[in-house]
Write a protein that binds this ligand. Structure first.
Ligand code: PMP
Length: 359
């Protein structure tokens, strides 16, 4: 169109794939109860924050940080029972998803399900990679046979398996996950475990058996450090070495390194928060069980889906009570659904009361 031509002249170096992708669809809402980003409701403990800032004060700010955050890689490795050469740290696991897409490259396939975590498909579209998305089964389980057929029908690339799944909170059987990972020997297999602390799942053992597999983990959820930006991959040294090449040098900044060092020395607070988060999730789901028109779907994450008769009206109703959640009703397979994070007990009480007033 003439408009595109005009844009070509003003933005000559921008690939069409980039221009075609809409900006990340998120508008922050200024309300007291934020249940829209699957965050931890609690800030990093004050005494640990003070210790991280004290260490930050002792570091030289004029010097670049550790090139690949090697000290931190060793500490993450010790925490996870992994070898340090198989750990890759980035500012949030979102960055790893970008790098994994680059690893596959233009023309390679990014294979995932629908609905799925939006960043997998966003990065694939930005790069111009071939995106293959297969719908989840009606019960939200993975379409294992269709995925296996796609693995043999397409050029290799990256397969994303999310456990617990986002945005459904569903957990597949370990047998289903193993079957897929076993079938994807020519692919890079990502088991995104951003929410594993809230479920009984842990795919480290499976990943260890496959040099082409990796587990993606984050400090943003159970650790309550979303603002510090840190995520990591646990994988084979060979895959880690290649991923590391795609990570910009010096990308883990000094403040992030100080905060994570302190967190990893005192991880006990995480267990207590996860215990409360799981207990609160079950309490909220139980409280909404007998609702006449809304259905709260079971979840193994720190969030759940709420199916309502009128998502727009429900969203506005909650907003008018100072609660913001995430709409999902335009997502294929999630008609009528809203995604709700588990907050503090008081926030959850407010949520339960607001949902109970919905008809
Ligand atoms: N994977 C999944 C499934 C997620 O839900 C998120 C956060 N919304 C991430 C990865 C990325 O988290 P971060 O970049 O904060 O590590």
């Amino acid at each position: 169109t003439p408009q595109d031509a005009a844009q070509d002249r003003t933005l000559p170096g921008v690939r069409p794939a980039v221009r075609a992708v809409p900006a990340y669809p998120f508008t922050p809402a200024d309300v007291p109860i934020k249940l829209d980003q699957n965050e931890n409701p609690y800030d990093f403990p004050a005494e640990l924050k003070a210790e991280a800032l004290r260490r930050m004060g002792e570091r030289a700010w004029n010097r670049y940080p550790d090139l690949h955050a090697d000290t931190l890689r060793e500490r993450v490795a010790a925490y996870e029972g992994w070898e340090a050469s198989g750990v890759v740290l980035t500012p949030g696991s979102n960055v790893l998803i970008k790098i994994l897409t680059e690893l596959a490259g233009i023309g390679q396939t990014v294979l995932t399900v629908e609905p799925t975590f939006s960043v997998y498909t966003l990065e694939a579209s930005l790069l111009g990679a071939r995106l293959v998305q297969l719908p989840l089964n009606e019960d939200f389980s993975m379409p294992v046979d269709a995925l296996k057929a796609a693995l043999s029908a397409h050029e290799p690339g990256v397969l994303y398996i999310t456990q617990p799944h986002a945005p459904t909170g569903f957990v597949d059987s370990p047998e289903a996950v193993r079957e897929l990972v076993d079938a994807a020997r020519d692919w890079v297999i990502v088991v995104d475990e951003a929410y594993h602390e809230y479920s009984a799942t842990d795919y480290r053992d499976l990943v260890r058996q496959h040099p082409n597999a990796l587990s993606l983990r984050t400090f943003s959820k159970a650790w309550g450090l979303a603002g510090i930006r840190a995520g990591y991959a646990l994988t084979s040294p060979a895959l880690a070495e290649n991923l590391q090449k795609l990570v910009s040098a010096f990308t883990m900044n000094t403040l992030t390194q100080c905060a994570l060092e302190v967190a990893l020395e005192q991880p006990a607070y995480v267990q207590e928060r996860v215990r409360e988060g799981v207990q609160e999730r079950e309490r909220v789901l139980a409280a909404l069980r007998d609702h006449p028109t809304c259905e709260a779907l079971p979840s193994q994450g720190n969030f759940f889906l709420l199916r309502v008769p009128d998502p727009q009206a429900a969203y506005q109703h909650l907003l008018s009570r100072g609660i913001v959640i995430r709409r999902q009703d335009s997502v294929p397979g999630l008609r009528g659904c809203l995604r709700v994070a588990i907050g503090s007990p008081a926030e959850n009480d407010a949520l339960i009361e607001a949902v109970q007033a919905l008809r």
